[in-house]
Design a protein around this ligand. Structure first.
Ligand code: URA
Length: 264
């Protein structure tokens, strides 16, 4: 039987997934919420909020807590359409640049780390061209579980549905609040749509600074798009988005870097 408490948690999770962080509550509601919180602290059922961190915690502590929350994240597990292994994030908790992709695939699920397959290798090359390493930036996904395709799935992957992304969204929003990077690059449409609460295409969101929870966001094509489309113009588009991020980060940009992927 669904309890009022479960319904309330689900509806609060849904509001958070839509980007809402504050809610006016009257005194009665506040005292009920407080009693649930106390109950959960005493070992009762966990209330599904991705914002358990307190301001005095270090970024590492906040991320460790979030990783644990993600592992047991009921809104995602309850869907029954995502696979079991949770793939959290990788990189530097104090990174100034955060890169956010879509969802883990076969390779990421096997190794437990985002962007370690072909798309990840291309991302590593892009970072190297920027003068950065994977260890210096923070890399995560909007969906923390590989979308399930049934017993015959093998190495195949599918993009997460809007529902699967909405279920995981509070986690990445909490990661952003914990890290507070100087800027975020959304890799592909799923990430951009989720973080910017938008239905627009990648091409229409590119080329300007947008905002997620007060953090400047640049949208670019997913590395796997570049693996499918080897046109110089596509590589140049992604490179221009990365140059914009480098500029935002105050990184030096050489004349050579400025000219990468321009027709000779
Ligand atoms: N594609 C993504 O969006 N994320 C990964 O972690 C791997 C591939």
């Amino acid at each position: 039987m669904t309890t009022i408490r479960q319904l309330a948690v689900e509806s609060l999770t849904h509001l958070m997934a839509g980007g809402q962080e504050r809610l006016a509550v009257d005194d009665d509601a506040r005292s009920i919420l407080r009693s649930w919180m106390l109950q959960s602290r005493r070992g009762g059922q966990l209330v599904e909020t991705a914002a358990p961190a307190t301001p005095e915690m270090s970024v590492e502590e906040k991320l460790a807590l979030l990783r644990n929350r993600a592992e047991h994240w009921k809104p995602a597990r309850r869907l029954g359409t995502l696979r079991d292994t949770m793939v959290f994030a990788t990189g530097n908790p104090h990174a100034r640049l955060m890169l956010v992709g879509e969802a883990p695939g076969f390779d990421e699920e096997r190794l437990g780390e985002p962007f370690v397959g072909r798309a990840g290798q291309l991302l590593n090359k892009i970072l190297t061209a920027m003068g950065l390493s994977r260890e210096e930036v923070y890399i995560s996904n909007v969906c923390k579980f590989r979308p399930d395709m049934g017993p015959e799935q093998g190495t195949a992957n599918r993009p997460p549905t809007a529902e699967e992304i909405a279920a995981c969204l509070p986690l990445i929003l909490a990661e952003i609040r914990a890290i507070r990077p100087a800027c975020i690059v959304c890799l592909g449409g799923s990430s951009a749509k989720a973080l910017l609460s938008s239905d627009a295409s990648v091409s229409s969101m590119r080329g300007r600074w947008l905002d997620c929870q007060g953090v400047p966001v640049r949208v670019t094509y997913h590395p796997s798009y570049l693996l499918r489309n080897e046109a110089l113009s596509a590589r140049r588009s992604v490179w221009e988005d990365m140059l914009a991020a480098m500029e935002k980060l105050g990184m030096p940009i050489s004349e050579r870097q400025k000219r990468y992927f321009l027709p000779s």
